[in-house]
Write a protein that binds this ligand. Sequence first.
Ligand code: GLC
Length: 607
Amino acid sequence: MRKSNELKTLYSQIYGSSQQAQSDYSDLLALMAQAKALRKPELSQMDKHQVNWVFSQDMVGMTLYIDLFSGDLKHLIDKVEYFKDLGITYIHLMPLLKPRDGENDGGYAVEDYRQIDPRLGTLDDFVEVLDTYRHHGIKICIDYVVNHVAKEHEWAKAALNHDTQKQDYFIMYDTDEIPNLYNRSVPEVLPDKCPGNFTYYPEIKKYVFTSFSDFQWDLNFKNPKVFNGMVDNLLYLANLGVNMIRLDAIPFMWKELHTSCRNLEPIHDLLRMFNLIKEEVCPSLAILGEAIVQPEEIIKYFGSEEKTECEVMYNANLMVDIYHAFASRDVRLLTIDTNRFRIPSKGTWMNYVRCHDDIGWGFNEDAIRSFGMDPYAHKQFLIRFYDNEFEGSFSRGEPYQYNPVNHDARTNGTLASLLGLQQATETKESYKRLEALRRINLAHALILSYRGMPLIYSGDEIATINDQSYLNDPAKKAEGRWVHRPIFDWKRAERSKQAGTSEYEVYQSLKQMISIRKSLPLLDGQANQKALDMNSHQVYCLIRSHENESFFALYNFSEFNQKINVEELRRWVRGTHYTDLIQGRQFNLEHKILELSPYEVVWCKKD
Ligand code: GLC
């Protein structure tokens, strides 16, 4: 089907074919044409030549809060060299559009999609950032909070002002009858912050659907005007020169009574339409989807081979599996999950080990059962291990959203605190410090070699540990996630140049691996990958292949030396003589046994 026909068909499938719907569709086409006409020449050039950039092995990302990192947008311009030194080629700038005043969920409660948070600068500053970074070959990704707006957004304000048309942009009811029905089947996202899924607004005598908090109003995508309005905003941001849009919280975008209101089918049509629209107007723009849900649902947001939805999806599962492997010294879950799903060739993962959010301990329960373990007990083990309540734990994480009834919880903390560096520093045990540094290195190596785009969480490159100072800030103290969102410590960054410091060890190893990654076309985001069962529960083996080349990586997830039998590996890779690109070790796969030191990483390329 031609793409324009596909768009029209999907639109009428969702919004019907009444005269009103047809006129809304014409409005959509008009705003698309207008956005296309306004595209700057340098962006049109990128649309011609840079449509597949997300797959390149050159892509290495970092995610950061502007205020915490550089203070504001103007000062971000001075930081280009910091990123270039490490080898960063794309940056996810955390929410920077104008949020509501006061509590705003770290900027995820947007008041105006066309203005910049005045604390960070102006629209001109932002365009200058985009132009500067583009000039240096660094791509910029920003958040597009698509599921909800702040209650101070003009649509919500009008709705609060009794504008009935605008009230239809949201999901609201006169009585609690329907909200109560919803509440029977819809789980709570943040039970502490927003118990139930609705907030009552006495000024309009209505119950409003608010999944995340009382000040974040869910949009009603059953209304074509909402869809058109959100497309219009998205194209506006793309035309400023943004390279990637992170669609926030997509599983929540459609609501139906008697369902969980998560991952419902029409969301895929909405996302497919977003994709068709951006392909027509600004094809070099990439869409990153954020859906922290079960992997079988995440995978669907890539769309199919012919019908792409999001080109890139966060690989939330990989993050959990990595922490699982460290805690249990068992890589079987990671191996199974690596091979579990086939993603379409036009999709790739965003791989990360930490981000601004907490870690939710969702994992492949069938796999855990197949190892003879009980998923509930295992989850409790992970929660307690990372909260440092478990004998022998190296972690200094903190519980988040603890549920006293079933003891469920998520975990907060920085990479270095979760993987042992904080504890080793406190106890001054130098062998523990070495182990922690090796764990951090392993975690980074894994995301750099796994199919997709690696994303470093700002501060992790210099081994930042948990910061409790948020507890002194009334606007932050109720939100535990701030423990891993500290102000960037530039003194610590200085130490990344001083041999012998932890900052140096973490930073320099990461820098070396980034540069190796970029030299390996077979780490491209579309190249195949397979994890091999090495007859060892401790060693994870990842093979990447591309035409005639092969690459394998080995990761020892334990603090002990491991001997592995390489017969299986020999069956899957070409040739027998390999060199480890990180340490220069030579491997001859004709020798059956290979030995790895504690937490060792090898990245092997055929000689
Ligand atoms: C995403 C963000 C999270 C935010 C939520 C609501 O999950 O990562 O920080 O609270 O969306 O916008």
